[in-house]
Write a protein that binds this ligand. Structure first.
Ligand code: THU
Length: 295
């Protein structure tokens, strides 16, 4: 007998915007999560997209919480006449997911995938009420997300408020880039030891080598304001992949980089990752290598 694999997708959000894309991500997340469990006679799960008022109503009715939320899970432990396990319902609000993706500076794909995986695990009996349960649930979420390849390592992508601000500013600077020759926009936001953030963009020139990268624009702005210690830099670009700082910029930043100077790279999709500066430029050349101490 054919195994039952049923994902019932219903859009009750009242809008068609982005629904096809959401359906694709959600189904992929369910299918990947399913792969971690055994359903000898198959499974059935339902996913419903609702608007914010509706999810708030459901949250109030079933959890006694009078506020909107991202996702709700309604487990069902039933078996259908064909023997398939009926896992229950995932109710998701796309508008909240869009907002959260922006807030956390990651893609909508990542947010929708995560919410689906999280909710699916609730249907499977996972919970996060106490520390032990929570750890188990998080570790399972990570395994599934890694398998999906939405991003490689969840821990590294957890953003602090400061990271998010740097990512936001670096991304905003993409619009300021002067790049009529390469059409490749780069934006940078540099945090210094005074707590101030300096932004920069690439500035090209008809005489190509005269142009300057976004990182050095931000660095020169900071140093010319009296800054001498760099803490963290976010570098955004308009490309499909990450724009790691070029060799010249690595050396330029090295002059003022604190020991644990951190680099955050941001792609066009909004996805981002961290890199350690000392790994990008091991044995960077410094004044002290010439016997010159600079304080
Ligand atoms: N670019 C940067 O601004 N930063 C980098 O780290 C790599 C390259 C700029 C320079 C040029 O305007 C464009 O990207 C294409 O090389």
């Amino acid at each position: 007998m054919k195994k039952i694999k049923e994902i019932i997708f219903v859009n009750e959000s009242g809008s068609e915007e982005g629904i096809e894309e959401a359906e694709k991500y959600i189904k992929k997340a369910v299918k990947t999560a399913v792969g971690f469990f055994k359903f000898p006679s198959g499974y059935q799960v339902s996913v419903t997209l609702v608007d914010e008022d509706h999810i708030r109503e459901l949250n109030r009715e079933y959890r006694n919480v009078d506020s909107s939320t991202d996702v709700l899970s309604f487990p069902l432990e039933e078996t259908d006449p064909r023997g398939a396990r009926i896992l229950g319902d995932i109710v998701l609000c796309r508008d909240v997911a869009v907002r959260q993706a922006e807030e956390f500076c990651h893609s909508l794909e990542r947010e929708l995938s995560y919410l689906t995986v999280h909710s699916f695990l609730h249907l499977m009996g996972y919970d996060h009420m106490d520390d032990e349960e929570k750890l188990k649930m998080r570790s399972m979420e990570k395994r599934i997300m890694r398998k999906m390849g939405v991003f490689k390592n969840m821990d590294r992508t957890e953003a602090s408020r400061e990271d998010r601000e740097l990512i936001r500013l670096a991304t905003e600077m993409l619009d300021m880039a002067y790049c009529p020759y390469s059409r490749f926009h780069v934006g940078a936001a540099l945090l210094t030891s005074s707590g101030k953030i300096y932004t920069g963009c690439n500035v090209e020139n008809a005489s190509y080598p005269a142009g300057i990268c976004a990182e050095r624009t931000a660095a020169a702005k900071a140093v010319s304001e009296g800054e001498r210690h760099f803490v963290k830099i976010a570098i955004a670009c308009s490309g499909e992949g990450y724009a790691y700082p070029c060799g010249v910029c690595r050396q330029f930043l090295n002059e003022f980089a604190d020991d644990d100077f951190e680099v955050i790279l941001v792609k066009r999709s909004g996805e981002w990752e961290r890199a350690s500066f000392s790994k990008l430029l091991p044995h960077g050349f410094r004044g002290k290598d010439m016997g010159i101490e600079i304080d």
